[in-house]
Ligand binder design. Sequence first.
Ligand code: UD1
Ligand code: UDP
Length: 371
Amino acid sequence: MRIAVIVGTRPEGIKLAPIIHRMNQEPLFKPVVINTGQHLEMLDQVLTTFFIKADYQLKLMRNTQTLEQLTADILTTLTPILKTEAPDLLIVQGDTTTAFAGAYAAFLLKIPVAHIEAGLRTYNCNSPFPEEMNRQLITRLASYHFTATDANKKNLIEERVPSERVWTVGNTVIDALLQVSSTSYEFPQELHKIIESDEQLLLVTTHRRESFEQMWKVYRAISRLVEENKQLRVLLPIHKNPLLRKQASIHLIQHDRIHVVEPLDYECFVHVMKRAYVILTDSGGIQEEAPALNIPVLVIREQTERQEGITAGTLRLVGLNVEDIIEETTKLLYDRREYEIMAQALNPYGDGNASERIINVLKGLNLKQNF
Ligand code: UD1
Ligand code: UDP
């Protein structure tokens, strides 16, 4: 079975690595990995961590790229490769431009598409933007749908996706996380001061496009939190997007307990998460991973498609208001009971066997017949 796998960004690399590894162990599968290069350094870090070498590297990233240019570039460069490779199936992951354009290119060539992490929904096409639209479009383009939870599956069934084409398998990010977090790890020298300090560590990541104009509020809130709490240290591994970096440089104060560093490689980041006291983030993947490590997550977004985490109590939606971010973070810093309730809540996103389940389903598919 010739299976093309398309990756473009950091989270796709992390979440597809366990599947690529499993396919490499099975003689039945001949995986062809196509890297669009939507992300450059941030994806290369992941592929290095997981020892994955792409068969094709399209190198499409441009500085402050536009979505229309990126979409056009992916369609025009990917199509001839798919024609040459003629895979039996294309695997896409998530809701990025790479995943959407990849699925569309395959659809036009009548190559069946399997969608990993299907069924996430906010039903608000502006939040997250453009991901909510991407994931809905991928659902229409794909033939096979692998969801992380039963609630995600229910969304698809309600949208009239045939139930026999949907499998709830858990999220492959937990497979990746468990693999990486179980190893012993030596932090790089430059992080020693942060990791070894006995202060409470607030780990922060920010990157969502729809929040750009309001991101200053997050940086302002962090600045005040550090000024008001002598026992608080902040680590912000900052996304490579120059527009975001500019905002952070304007609105974050210079402080010896605020550390803005380059994106950390996945292994390092996972071990930093284990050391964090609270995580403040707008990331999708971190909402799934941190609870598996018993770290409370405050979600700096107006809406989340990870409702199961909110219901389970592992996540709390704090929005993008300065006072709300400060209040909710402070609560967790000082109220041990509140903290423990969140930290001990059960993570609904999987048990580390999602890729195994996906491989077992793929083995049983009659691809030609089912498109
Ligand atoms: C993309 C995805 C988003 C995902 C996120 C993961 C879309 C529309 N968005 O958003 O769903 O959550 O990746 O991080 O697909 N850059 C670099 N080096 C890198 C990566 C990015 O310099 O390794 C800079 C470039 O200037 C690039 C910009 O960041 O133009 C934005 O990258 P892009 O992939 O367009 O958007 P993200 O916000 O990363
Ligand atoms: N991550 C990482 N290094 C960092 C920050 C995050 O490896 O410095 C990992 C994180 O563990 C998670 C993934 O990147 O698995 C999330 O990526 P991102 O937040 O960029 O995208 P999203 O999940 O929101 O699509």
